[in-house]
Design a protein around this ligand. Sequence first.
Ligand code: AMP
Length: 427
Amino acid sequence: MPKYQAVRGTKDILPADAVFFQYLESVARRLFRQFGFHEIRTPTFESVDLFSRLLGETTDVVQKEMYVFEDRGGRKLSLRPEGTAGVVRAFVEHHLSQTSPFCKLFYVGPMFRAERPQAGRYREFWQIGAEYFGNASPPADAEMLVLLETFFKVLGLPNVKLKLNSLGDAQCRPLYLEALKAYLKNRQATLCEDCQRRIDTNPLRALDCKIDGPTLVDAPTIDAYWCDPCRTHFTMVQELARGAGVAFVLTPRLVRGLDYYTRTVFEVTSSALGAQDALAAGGRYDRLVKEIGGPDTPALGFAMGVERAIQAFVAANGSPHSQPDRLVFVAAQGEAGAVEAFRLLQALRSSPELEAKGYVFEGGFFEKKLGAQLTMADRLKAVYCLLIGDDELAKGDVTIKKLASSQQQRVSQQDLVSFLVAAPLDA
Ligand code: AMP
């Protein structure tokens, strides 16, 4: 076993895995553009205070899962456990509410949580997320649902389920929490240690506790407590989403791990995943911007777990590339041939026409014997090997060897790009 290994709960994204990350990211970026979201990149650490204020002191994330450290100046910092807090901080800090009537942002990046690692659960994992500031009305909620649904459709993921609920607002949620607390108090003795503590601090979380959740079958649910404005808002969200073709399941027991949600919350799960089946989650957080001293701005967002989306994608589709790269290997013989081959290799790499056709170029092993260079081209599964020796050099030619058939022909350097552009894709 090597002396140094990736830290428990972290992993290397090797080139073969990176292809999937790139693919998912490119699909997401395309869709975000279509839906009017712009990228934001915030730091991977922030003050501890920001997270405990925004996510809630009593949440599991803040209490048990943050990577907290003190820097050399004695500042208490934490690696970000999620993306929303940093984006909200940046929104307020840079007065983004003033630059446009609304603000749509997305981010891609690693998050850090000291959870118990298991399949699909890591201590460093990637999220793609979106935040929409400045729209309090149902079309904003419905738009986020359409965006998520479209994303998973484009990825071709079957068996994806969108669960939808409303957690009410400052008017109606306290009434519901009282009812839920009373219910939990009645059965306090039967609850796990965490849920006994949650009765007063965070009773909603008892509903999705792995131990007690399934036993609380007759717990009151929020839908009976919505005030009229919350009910009207949520009805409209459903109508808009349904009208736009989004399939969802109303789930009155759906709660979220963080304190900041108001009204609409949602979660996407996939049956292609194991115990950790949540692909994405989010909701509305109308109080959050004001909470850290910003203008009173309604907002909502979601975050998707990239590793889990990849896992579901691989289960459904295998590889993302129907069209693999077309590799061309450049070989040479002799010192002058090597100089010319090196120049040609770099020139080919910078040709936009060849790039557009999916060509990539490799070479630079000119000191090896020609046979060894050809073997290398074979091992790399190159489509062609280009050869430059003394004779080719003298005539300004290149020998093109098609590796699958071992056929070869001479082409003048001038005609090389058009030859490759015109070559059939299966060549
Ligand atoms: P959350 O912020 O907890 O709602 O997480 C949003 C999404 O990020 C989840 O639906 C998962 O897909 C993903 N996720 C959360 N925690 C982890 C983790 N520890 N490892 C891998 N993915 C995670």
